[in-house]
Write a protein that binds this ligand. Structure first.
Ligand code: AMP
Ligand code: ZN
Length: 132
């Protein structure tokens, strides 16, 4: 994809701070980190997002995510992680090349996560049945 930002990072046309690379995957530091160590992991082969990407690519990506987590434990003493992927504009996806965010967490770091809703057991049961 000639106009894709992350394809240009894969090819080296746009510079990045790469932390891991193999035949299928590149990982580099996020330019606007949520926390120091915030890292992105992407398949080299272009796909728009996780829904579109192949199981093979996702397998390679998740293997690399584990390597990145090991690196963040070693370098920034990560005590936990948020591993997330924004899929679609509605979910906040801004770069339309499949990527996972690996965000290191530390006890008491104060990063807020989403608020939870109240639902009934019946609502859960109906939705689960429909999804099955
Ligand atoms: P998303 O909102 O899930 O699509 O996330 C895209 C991420 O890419 C954001 O966290 C950006 O800070 C990051 N980003 C955008 N451009 C670059 C770049 N040139 N190098 C590294 N990270 C980038
Ligand atoms: Zn791309």
């Amino acid at each position: 994809m000639s106009d894709c930002l992350f394809c240009k990072i894969v090819s080296g046309e746009i510079p990045s701070h790469k932390v891991y690379e193999d035949d299928h995957v590149v990982s580099f530091l996020d330019i606007h980190p949520v926390k120091i160590g915030h890292t992105l992991v992407i398949p080299k082969k272009h796909s728009v997002n996780l829904v579109e990407s192949s199981v093979e690519d996702l397998t390679h990506v998740m293997t690399a995510v584990k390597e990145v987590m090991k690196g963040l434990i070693r370098t920034v003493d990560a005590e936990g992680f948020n591993v997330t992927s924004n899929i679609g504009q509605s979910a906040g996806q801004a770069v339309f090349h499949t990527h996972f965010h690996v965000i290191p967490r530390h006890n008491g770091d104060g990063l807020a996560m989403w608020a939870h809703k109240e639902v009934t057991q019946e609502e859960l049961a109906v939705l689960a049945q429909r999804m099955r």
